[in-house]
Design a protein around this ligand. Structure first.
Ligand SMILES: CC(C)(COP(=O)(O)OP(=O)(O)OC[C@H]1O[C@@H](n2cnc3c(N)ncnc32)[C@H](O)[C@@H]1OP(=O)(O)O)[C@@H](O)C(=O)NCCC(=O)NCCS
Length: 255
C-alpha cells in the first residue's frame, strides 16, 4: 500500500452497489476511494460468501491529458470501431460474465451495425489519432446488435409514440470513468430530441447499468439476453423520458 492510501479501512467511505442478484449468486461493486472492487458472491448453506474479487485503483486525476473529440462515425471507421468494441468487451465483460458469455458477447454484441453509421446516428471519440469510445442511437426498431437481422427489424420508429433506441456504447478499458460514455449519451439525447423523440430505450448489459442509471434511465425489467448461439447474458431493459420542450436537461454527471 502506498503512502497516500494509508487510511485505515474503517476510515474510508464505502458505496455498495448490488448490480445483479439471483437466488444464489450476486454481483456487487464497492466504491471506496481510492479503490473500486468488483465482487461475486455465492449463497452457501451458512450464508453469502465472496467467491471472486477484483479491484482496481481509481485514477487520482480523472481528467485525461488529451481531450477526446466527438464526431459522427463514417464507414471508414468500421474496422477500428469493430476492434474497439471487441477489446472493450474482452476487457470489461469478465467482471460480470463468465468466459463463454464474454466470448459470445464479443461475437454477437461487439459487432458493428453499419446501418447506424449510414443513418448518421453513430458517434466516435478520438484521442491521439485513435478511437477510444463509440456509441449511438437509432430511429429504427432494433434494440441491440444480435437481436435480429438488420433487414428484418429495421422499421422506422414513430417519434411521437415510440422511443428512440440507444445502441452499441463501448469505451476502451483504459479510457473508462472519464466521462466519455456520458458525452456520447448527451449527444444521442440531443440528436433524438431534435427529431422529436420523447423517450429513449435500450437493452443494457450488466457493465452498462451504472452508466445508464447515473444518466437517468430506469430499469423496466431484468432479463436474460439471448444470443444467437444459445448463450444468455444478464441485462436489463431501460427507458428514459425526455422533456418534450425547452433546453436540454442538465445531465447528472455533466463535466
Ligand atoms: C459502460 C461504459 C460504456 C461506461 O463508459 P464510461 O465512459 O466509463 O462512463 P462514464 O465515465 O461517462 O461514467 C459516468 C458515470 O456512470 C457510472 N459508471 C460508469 N461506469 C461505471 C462502473 N464501471 N462502475 C460504477 N459506476 C460506473 C459512474 O457514476 C460514472 O461517474 P463517475 O466516474 O464520476 O463515478 C464502459 O464501461 C464500457 O464500454 N463497458 C463495456 C461495454 C458495455 O457494456 N457497454 C454497454 C452496452 S449496453
Amino acid at each position: 500500500m502506498e503512502a497516500d492510501d494509508d487510511r485505515h479501512p474503517y476510515d474510508r467511505t464505502y458505496e455498495i452497489q448490488v448490480v445483479d442478484i439471483g437466488h444464489d449468486m450476486a454481483s456487487v461493486v464497492v466504491h471506496s476511494d481510492p479503490f473500486t472492487e468488483y465482487l461475486h458472491l455465492a449463497r452457501f448453506d451458512d450464508g453469502w460468501k465472496i467467491v471472486n474479487a477484483f479491484y482496481r485503483r481509481n485514477r487520482p486525476n480523472q481528467v485525461p491529458m488529451i481531450e477526446p473529440v466527438l464526431r459522427l462515425a463514417t464507414l471508414d471507421d468500421v474496422d477500428e470501431i469493430d476492434a474497439l468494441m471487441k477489446s472493450s468487451t474482452r476487457d470489461l465483460f469478465p467482471i460480470f460474465y463468465d468466459d463463454a458469455q464474454t466470448e459470445a458477447s464479443v461475437h454477437y454484441i461487439a459487432a458493428v451495425d453499419r446501418s447506424l453509421i449510414q443513418d448518421g446516428t453513430y458517434f466516435a471519440m478520438e484521442a491521439n489519432g485513435e478511437l477510444v469510445a463509440c456509441g449511438g442511437w437509432s430511429r429504427r426498431d432494433k434494440l441491440y446488435t444480435g437481436s435480429g437481422d438488420a433487414g428484418g427489424d429495421a422499421r422506422p420508429l414513430d417519434p411521437a409514440s415510440e422511443p428512440a433506441r440507444l445502441r452499441a456504447m463501448f469505451v476502451r478499458a483504459d479510457w473508462t470513468r472519464r466521462g466519455l460514455g456520458t458525452r456520447i449519451l448527451e449527444a444521442c439525447e440531443a440528436a433524438a430530441r431534435a427529431e422529436g423523440f420523447q423517450t429513449l430505450a435500450l437493452m443494457s448489459t450488466l457493465p452498462g447499468l451504472p452508466l445508464y442509471e447515473r444518466f437517468g434511465f430506469q430499469i423496466l425489467e431484468r432479463v436474460d439476453i439471448p444470443l444467437p448461439n444459445g448463450t444468455t447474458i444478464g441485462g436489463a431493459r431501460m427507458v428514459m423520458q425526455l422533456p418534450s420542450a425547452g433546453p436540454l436537461r442538465q445531465p447528472p454527471s455533466s463535466r
